[in-house]
Design a protein. Structure first.
Length: 168
């Protein structure tokens, strides 16, 4: 079996995505379906849940970082023995690894929770607005053209935040 290079693989995936998109558009034209799209990055960044969890993560990170900085300062003080310095160094390494792990795990876990909520609320939004398809794009590269009239990013953000706050 021939090895497929990464550029060829990504080109193939890109072509498949474009084919899928064109197929969706053709189905839309034929069936009079209602299609809209959103900018996923803008939706994610402007969702209140994202902002709240980001603040929580930053607060926890600052506390842990401050503790690590204090440990580093103690490690560099001149009045400690070599044995104490070795213990502090081991603790410093352990705490630094835990900080890095917290940063990685917290971000990915919270992102997953946020996207789960966005998808759930987006489904409700789409049903209320009678959208057959709601496309999400991470950048303008995935959607080559779309009329501004089907860009419902801001409407979805308003809906998400109202629903999240219990107002919808």
């Amino acid at each position: 079996m021939k090895n497929i290079s990464k550029p060829t693989f990504f080109t193939t995936i890109s072509l498949l995505f474009n084919f899928l998109f064109i197929t969706i558009v053709i189905i839309h034209i034929k069936s009079e379906s209602k299609i809209a799209y959103v900018n996923n990055v803008k939706v994610f960044e402007n969702f209140n849940m994202t902002k709240e969890l980001k603040k929580i993560g930053e607060k926890e990170f600052k506390i842990r970082k401050s503790n690590l900085d204090d440990l580093y300062a103690n490690l560099n003080s001149s009045g400690i023995s070599i044995t104490e310095k070795q213990k502090l160094m081991q603790q410093f390494i352990k705490d630094k690894e835990q900080l890095n792990q917290f940063n990685d795990v917290f971000g990915s876990e919270q992102s997953a929770k946020i996207w789960t909520r966005i998808k759930s609320y987006s489904s409700d939004f789409s049903k209320e607005k009678n959208y057959t398809v709601l496309l999400g794009s991470d950048s303008n590269d995935n959607i080559l053209f779309a009329a501004e009239t089907i860009d419902v990013t801001n409407d979805l953000i308003i809906y998400l935040n109202k629903k999240y706050e219990g107002l919808n």
